[in-house]
Design a protein around this ligand. Structure first.
Ligand code: API
Length: 276
């Protein structure tokens, strides 16, 4: 399945049995476009004792992440249409905490849009984590890389994001600067790197270099983090729907006055198959 082109191989763990120790290597194997299936990673749809469903996310380098926005929308579509849940609104457990999904049906009763309440962003340096004063926020902080200094805002959605604002998204150094910040020593668990061009208070252009996967077509948690960073830097305000233009399409993100983030967007099947 994919969410705006951010594709994963989804495994229904209500039906499959996988060896825990094999999960990272299996994620690398299935993600390989030449010797596997080809994807940005692997997502497991698991039983949970905290919610009807638990989602686990593995990047294509085999690293496990605590959250995945595009993955949550695909999981929500899959579990509703495969009757693993019966309500249109249900909770999903992630390693980054509980979220709540609401599926929206088209005239054929298929899930065509999903809204996920992603909960509150975590803004302290220790939440990323990023080296430095643990309780402090990371807002437009000077960040030297090689001979240049960039301004960086840090936001955690359960997984870490470093956001840089640019004047022209088409010229953002995604593949050159992205990997240098992803594995920078200031981020002990590495970091997702987002480049954002502010078009207006309600519209952002967005590109991403994902931790553990590189350039992807879209990043749902990254889009949420980008809207939070825009508001923290006074480019926008809470309580309004912001359209984030990602390579693969648009997400509607609202950092509400109540403090939680609502993310709305599509999810699509690509194929169904079995691993040999
Ligand atoms: N690469 C991310 C996980 C996938 C997140 C992204 N694909 C999304 O839709 O949020 C990380 O290591 O934190």
């Amino acid at each position: 399945m994919h969410g705006l082109g951010n594709c994963y191989i989804y495994v229904n763990m209500f039906e499959e049995k996988l060896e825990e120790s094999q999960l990272p290597s299996l994620a690398v194997k299935v993600s390989n476009v030449n010797t596997g299936i080809g994807s940005d990673g692997m997502i497991l749809i698991c039983p949970s004792d905290k919610a009807p469903i638990k989602m686990r996310v593995f990047n294509n380098d085999g690293s496990e992440a605590k959250n995945c926005g595009n993955g949550l929308r695909c999981v929500a579509k899959y579990v509703f249409e495969n009757k693993l849940v019966t309500d249109k609104v249900f909770k999903i457990e992630t390693l980054g905490g509980l979220v709540q999904a609401e599926v929206h049906l088209n005239e054929n009763g298929e899930v065509h849009l999903i809204t996920v309440d992603m909960g509150e962003p975590r803004l302290k340096r220790k939440d990323l984590p990023m080296l430095g004063e643990e309780e402090s926020l990371v807002i437009n902080e000077p960040f030297p890389v090689d001979e240049q200094t960039y301004l960086l805002t840090g936001v955690s959605m359960g997984n870490p994001h470093a956001i840089l604002f640019v004047d022209d998204i088409e010229k953002s150094p995604v593949t050159t600067l992205g990997p240098k910040i992803e594995k920078h020593e200031k981020f002990p668990e590495w970091v997702n790197v987002e480049f954002v061009e502010v078009l207006s208070e309600t519209e952002l252009n967005f590109r991403v270099w994902e931790r553990g996967s590189g350039v992807t077509q879209a990043c749902g948690t990254g889009a949420c983090a980008a809207v939070v960073a825009a508001i923290l830097n006074n480019y926008s305000k809470k309580g309004r729907e912001v359209t984030v233009h990602l390579l693969g399409g648009d997400l509607i993100i609202n950092w509400t006055e109540a403090g939680n983030l609502l993310m709305t967007g599509p999810a699509e099947y690509i194929c169904v198959g079995e691993l040999v």
